[in-house]
Write a protein that binds this ligand. Structure first.
Ligand code: BG6
Ligand code: MG
Length: 213
């Protein structure tokens, strides 16, 4: 293994509550039921796919144009909420583990479905930290398709087999698996039947990644 590709939301930092608040506000405004359990299904899923999951509860059919507008409304609320994030939202455990992996010789990248990746990295003080950032802005297909990780590996000039993907979402482990990446699953993703390494906490990565050379 030469490189580690991290999912962002739910792995490096926690934006769940902001996604939930923003989707809830949107769902309430169109009279559609939405709760934490439905929110769990949105993990790792693109913005438009997330909206389609929320609209499963709607009796009304919406045009693509209306959906685009709704997704944009949600994003405006979400981006405003992201202003609350600061370097304090990056835990010491995550920062120290990243620093140690770098010291051990690994290339480090982000592989996230979010189009707000760069904004979030800026908020938490990791703007120029990673060797590559592959995100919702450079892919056509979102997880469980492996494209976001394949692009990250290309940017790093590595093969999938030499990269470890770190994920908290089932869709992310599926994507890693389809793309022939090894995976470390944290939280719910640790339970995926195809995960290479289930981990309990972020710093467990240090047990999987010995110093290179
Ligand atoms: C993923 C989140 O990282 O990004 C999903 O887990 C989210 O919940 C997706 O829907 C897309 O995010 P954004 O910021 O482009 O709306
Ligand atoms: Mg995630």
């Amino acid at each position: 293994m030469n490189a580690v590709i991290f999912d962002l939301d739910g792995v490096i930092c926690f934006t769940d509550q902001y996604h939930f608040k923003a989707w809830k506000q949107l769902a309430d405004s169109i009279g559609v039921y939405f709760d934490e359990k439905i929110n769990d299904r949105l993990r790792g899923v693109s913005r438009m796919d997330s909206l389609n999951i929320i609209l499963e509860r709607s009796s009304k059919e919406y045009s693509e144009e209306e959906k685009e507008k709704m997704a944009e409304q949600k994003n405006t609320i979400y981006v405003k909420l992201l202003e609350n994030m600061s370097p304090e939202d990056l835990s010491d455990e995550v920062k120290e583990t990243l620093d140690e992996l770098r010291k051990r010789g690994y290339k480090l990248a982000i592989g996230s479905s979010s189009k707000n990746t760069k904004k979030i990295l800026g908020q938490i003080g990791l703007k120029d930290y990673f060797d590559a950032i592959s995100d919702g802005t450079n892919i056509a297909r979102s997880k469980p398709d492996p494209e976001v990780f394949q692009k990250a590996a290309e940017m790093l000039d590595e093969t999938p087999e030499s990269c470890l993907v770190v994920e908290d979402a089932m869709a992310g482990i599926e994507a890693a698996c389809k793309g022939n990446f090894q995976s470390a699953g944290i939280g719910e993703a640790a339970k995926h039947s195809n995960v290479t390494y289930p981990i309990r906490t972020f710093s467990d990565l240090l047990k999987l990644c010995p110093a290179l050379q």
